[in-house]
Design a protein around this ligand. Structure first.
Ligand SMILES: Cc1ncc(COP(=O)(O)O)c(C=O)c1O
Length: 385
């Protein structure tokens, strides 16, 4: 049986896969079972910041796994506290809870907001989120997310989520009641097709949250850690959230999620929350290595530069709209041809991501070179016909 046939036989069919089986990678290149090379502009959906098989990541996995992979959070481990310290230094005065994915990081943020509401806001529990947002696949995360196709099959959904249009601060203001405890946003909506916050939006929401004693929770699972050309996307807006969630790029491909909360929001007490695997020494040692390499190699600035190149290169593909920040870019065709475009790219050795019938998303490794952006552009022009 082929790998695809085995997958159909033995894997739950929760999503559709493209007709390719990858077996190894190096930098921005991946290779299939036949040894065919592909240039990877998806990076495991904004995960592999340093590309594939980065020597420092490989060495960190090897070193830490030979010392200690896991002990549980019943005990202290140095890699966990070192990673937390580095994240807090890079972000804002806060403390960190570690978990294993973006959905779990958001689940932590939701629980934190509810506990904060119980403690400080007379039991307020409603969280305002935006239509089209994506926060992961746990029950609370699909309910928080503003895409009913991901939540409707699982009704009844947990109460306490109110959805308003993205980039509409007035809608948040109008939806706020004495039950509202937090506003939860993606600074650039990723999964729906890369929709950046409009200038002034996050600032106005921050001010509204301050005036009304609400927590501002930013989901930086996709935007965080250099992807948008700043360490965190909120820095473009000159604001700071109360709570921020991270995952995806943090472990360079090794699963890890994190929820950071400032002293005002940090209300978890022993027994409130936990995770068996969260913050294990292996994931944390690798994540610290990823952060160190991003810093050492100047990859945040490089992402900004390469993002400008990618943005310039997608202007002549016949798309009706192009948008993005840093290495988080997308273009939208008038006609429903994004899936055919994705397939044509794949056949010519280029991995791109059609998020729907019209829209293609590009979230390559931060280590992509200008030559690779050129090569991708040539292949995309051919695929666009
Ligand atoms: C903004 C955002 N939040 C949360 C998630 C969920 O992350 P995970 O799939 O690691 O649970 C994603 C994944 O695409 C995301 O883009």
């Amino acid at each position: 049986m082929t790998t695809a046939e085995l997958a159909e036989r033995y894997l739950m069919q929760t999503g559709r896969r493209l007709p390719v089986t990858f077996v190894r990678g190096r930098g921005c290149l991946v290779y299939d079972e036949e040894g065919r090379e592909y240039l990877d502009l998806v990076a495991g959906i904004a995960v592999n910041l340093l590309g594939h098989a980065h020597p420092d990541v490989v060495a960190a996995i090897s070193r830490q796994s030979a010392a200690l992979i896991h002990t549980s959070n019943l005990y202290f481990t140095l890699p966990q506290v070192e990673l937390a310290r580095r994240l807090v230094e890079l972000a804002f005065p806060s403390r960190v809870f570690f978990c294993n994915s973006g959905a779990e990081a958001n689940e932590s943020a939701i629980k934190l907001a509810r506990k904060w509401g119980a403690k400080h806001r007379d039991g307020a529990f409603e969280i305002i989120t935006t239509t089209g947002s994506f926060h992961g696949r746990t029950l609370a995360a699909v309910t928080a997310g503003g895409q009913p196709r991901y939540s409707d099959p699982f009704k009844p959904l947990p109460p306490g989520f109110v959805h308003v249009a993205f980039n509409d601060a007035e809608a948040i203001e109008a939806a706020t009641t004495d039950k509202t405890v937090a506003v939860m946003l993606e600074p650039v909506m990723g999964e729906i097709g890369v929709i950046p916050a409009a200038p002034g939006y996050l600032k106005r929401v921050r001010e509204w949250c301050d005036r009304n004693s609400l927590l501002l929770v930013l989901d930086e699972v996709q935007t965080g850690l250099g992807r948008t050309g700043r360490w965190f996307a909120y820095q473009h807006a000159g604001i700071t959230p109360d709570v921020m969630t991270l995952a995806k790029g943090l472990g360079g491909g090794v699963p890890i999620g994190a929820c950071l909360a400032n002293p005002r929001a940090d209300v978890f007490e022993p027994g409130d929350h936990g995770s068996t695997f969260g913050g294990n020494p292996l994931a944390c040692a690798v994540a610290s290595t990823v952060l160190a390499v991003v810093e050492r190699d100047g990859l945040v600035g490089h992402a900004a530069e390469m993002g400008d190149l990618v943005h310039g290169s997608i202007q002549d593909l016949g798309a009706k709209e192009t948008r993005g920040v840093g290495l988080m870019q997308a273009f939208q065709f008038e006609e429903p041809k994004a899936k055919a475009f994705q397939q044509a790219c794949l056949e010519s050795g280029l991995v791109v991501n059609a998020v729907d019938d019209h829209t293609v998303r590009l979230v390559p490794p931060l280590v992509i070179s200008a030559q690779q952006v050129d090569r991708a552009h040539d292949l995309m022009r051919k695929a666009a016909g």
